[in-house]
Design a protein around this ligand. Structure first.
Ligand SMILES: Nc1ncnc2c1ncn2[C@@H]1O[C@H](COP(=O)(O)OP(=O)(O)OP(=O)(O)O)[C@@H](O)[C@H]1O
Length: 666
């Protein structure tokens, strides 16, 4: 009876109701709203903040604690030379177009996507097929829908062409996007005006450090550089051993061109990033065997190149063995990302891993996969996972002269022999004076074959070398000799490669909210957020049947016991009916409710005495609304186990009798 089956798909996803719920319960809201708001900036309210904190806490456990990662907290404000070296000043940019009449700015690839998808939707409508879910949620939605071509049938070739463009959208350069706009008559859907040629726009917020204005800086657009700049300290902290990973959770800033997709594209957001440092010659992962059999939906680059978006379900072990995923470490993280997202409540059937096309990847990356989550905006990248090779450490090291390398003692020293030039410094300097260094450099730059030749010629008495500006210099055996020497190398020095999983927490949080939302079969107005207990903002709701003071001691006792058990609970002692109170908490995603059982009320006029004598309370489960009854301490023990995930509701139903009393009627 208490373990009732529920039908969560009785009503189709209703975005308007969903957004109304998030707004009503203050999960998040536009920042500076009473000043009119700023696109792409949001504030989280109490349930949104708790949900984010709980996702972060689980992330810490799943990655940092589980893998002994080294956590850092580096600054957001970053001096310009850092981003000049990393390439962000030159390349961290998107292509934008301007409406030729209104001057409205649009991101070029998003414009192409929105217009072509709208045309494909129109085609589906004309053919009498179902259309895709709506794509934009903002205030401009109505306006956009007006501009959206409706029910226009396209030829089969055009449909294929559009689908191919969409499958490869991240792959186009700015001029190519301009060409697509011209070829397919892509205009601003809000106004139907033509748009300009795409221009690059750097997404970093520029600032300056100090009062003189002479030290330009940027708000970081990712947390990664802070890890890399501290690499040598981290390596030392890790006893000079690799592999190891650093991790950081913090804010990043991107001046997005036209943010219109709620939390999915914002200008300030929280990232959680891991930089895992590996030996470039050995990218195996010692715990790969633990995840080998985890199955993922993969969309590889060859499939996308053929214009398809069909995923292949595959064990990560097989994907690495077949070379679809470049190496074990990358594969290990893809599997761990999958496990994390599913654990916090992402629907695994709406999660896929998409490989970057060759041109889409940063030039230095060797392989890159995005964890994409399906939601009402389409498939959205929520986690990027890239093998960044040795790029970042190498460029910062070259720029600063600070070695960002690993030095490993070799088990077996490497013995090599090679020809080297020995100079008689005094005679050499006297003979060539200011050209001495130049000539020495030329000789020292010679390879083995050239040195062998030089050695032979010196043995004949003399030789001549030519500098790059065409001058000739005569060399004789009194100036230098070429000899074979033996070298013993006991240290191997190398720049590690970096595998980087990079999480955008706002995107994950939003997708999770969408995946968790449904309405009760009997009443579409009664929305529920089925958030797993591990991330739910409040775990247990305590519902006293009445706000009368006689109930206080028991409520306080239950609260204190839950606190002691580490369970975050809230008391709802408002005057609303118990059904309303439960409904409000269903909307907040609170998985369990406790009602102190006052069944005795009918035969006793002293509530507290009766309840104390009986010492029972009911336990309600959010999704099924099933209720169980038991002794207070017994119920607290069970709800603690439920929240900690050591038992499920079915098990709770085996341990406690179902309750069918008055409180169950909602
Ligand atoms: N503007 C943004 N708003 C919210 N989250 C973002 C934003 N930009 C990036 N992220 C998050 O940070 C993660 C890592 O950033 P990355 O640089 O790989 O994104 P990106 O490829 O630039 O994203 P996109 O192509 O969607 O702009 C993304 O997977 C995403 O979750």
């Amino acid at each position: 009876m208490a373990n009732i089956q529920v039908n969560k798909t009785a009503h189709p996803f209703d975005k308007t109701r969903f957004e109304a719920l998030l707004n009503r319960r203050f999960f998040y809201a536009p920042a500076f709203e009473i000043y009119g708001g700023v696109a792409g900036l949001y504030d989280y309210g109490p349930p949104g903040s708790s949900l984010q904190s709980n996702i972060i806490a689980e992330w810490r456990k799943h990655f940092i604690v589980e893998e002994h990662m080294l956590e850092v907290d580096t600054t957001i404000m970053t001096p310009a030379p850092v981003f000049e070296t990393s390439g962000h000043v030159a390349r961290f940019a998107d292509w934008m177009v301007k409406d030729l009449k209104t001057g409205e700015v649009l991101r070029a690839d998003h414009l192409v996507k929105n217009v072509l998808e709208a045309r494909l939707d129109g085609d589906k409508e004309a053919r009498g097929l179902a259309t895709a879910p709506p794509k934009e949620d903002d205030k401009k939605k109505k306006k956009k829908d007006k501009a959206k071509p409706t029910a226009v049938k396209l030829s089969d070739e055009v449909v294929t062409e559009y689908e191919t463009i969409l499958a490869k959208l991240d792959n186009y350069s700015g001029p190519e996007l301009g060409e697509l706009c011209r070829k397919h008559n892509i205009r601003n859907p809000d106004t139907d005006n033509e748009v300009s040629e795409p221009q690059q726009f750097n997404l970093m917020f520029a600032s300056s450090i100090g009062p003189t204005g002479q030290h330009p800086g940027f708000l970081r657009p990712e947390t990664a550089q802070g890890h890399f700049l501290n690499f040598s300290r981290l390596l030392e902290f890790n006893n000079d051993r690799i592999p190891f990973a650093s991790a950081q959770i913090g804010r990043s800033f991107r001046n997005e061109i036209s943010p219109r997709a709620g939390l999915l594209r914002v200008r300030e957001f929280t990232m959680a990033e891991i930089e895992h440092y590996v030996d470039p010659e050995d990218k195996r992962h010692e715990r790969f065997s633990e995840v080998r059999d985890v199955e993922l939906d993969l969309l590889d680059r060859d499939t996308q190149a053929s214009g398809s978006t069909k995923v292949t379900r595959m064990k990560i072990g097989d994907a690495v063995d077949k070379g679809i995923v470049a190496n074990e470490t990358l594969g290990y993280f893809l599997a761990r990302i999958h496990l994390f997202l599913v654990k916090i409540g992402i629907n695994p059937t709406r999660l896929r891993f998409r490989q970057h096309m060759a041109n889409e990847m940063a030039h230095y990356a060797t392989d890159c996969w995005d964890a994409e989550i399906q939601n009402s905006y389409g498939w959205t990248e929520c986690v990027g996972c890239a093998d960044r090779a040795a790029y970042d450490l190498s460029v910062h090291s070259a720029k600063t002269g600070h070695p960002l390398v690993v030095r490993q003692a070799l088990k077996e020293p490497i013995i090599t022999e090679k020809l080297v030039a020995e100079f008689d410094k005094k005679t050499f300097g006297k003979t060539f004076r200011k050209d001495a260094a130049l000539i020495q450099n030329i000789v020292e730059g010679m390879d083995e074959a050239m040195l062998t030749k030089l050695q032979g010629e010196l043995a004949q008495g003399s030789t001549t070398i030519t500098s790059s500006d065409g001058r000739e210099f005569k060399l004789t055996p009194d100036l230098l000799t070429i000899e074979r020497k033996t070298f013993k190398q006991s240290i191997r020095e190398f720049t590690p490669n970096v595998i980087e999983p990079s999480f955008g927490l706002g995107r994950i949080l939003y997708a999770l909210l969408e995946h968790s939302f449904w309405s009760r079969e009997q009443d579409v107005e009664r929305g529920v957020l089925s958030l797993p207990a591990v991330v739910a903002p409040t775990k247990v709701l305590i519902v006293p049947l009445s706000a009368k003071p006689e109930f206080d001691p028991l409520v306080r006792e239950v609260s204190a016991k839950l606190r002691k058990a580490g369970i975050f609970s809230r008391v709802d002692d408002s005057n609303a009916t118990i059904g309303k109170r439960y409904a409000r908490n269903d909307e907040l995603g609170t998985p369990f409710g406790l009602t102190i059982d006052f069944a005795y009320l009918t035969i006793s006029s002293t509530f507290a005495l009766a309840a104390t004598q009986k010492r029972t309370m009911t336990l309600r489960e959010r999704d099924t609304t099933g209720q169980l009854i038991g002794d207070i301490d017994e119920v607290i023990a069970i709800v603690t186990e439920l929240v900690n995930g050591t038992i499920d509701w079915a098990e709770a139903c085996r341990r406690l009798p179902a309750y069918d009393g008055v409180q169950a009627v909602e």
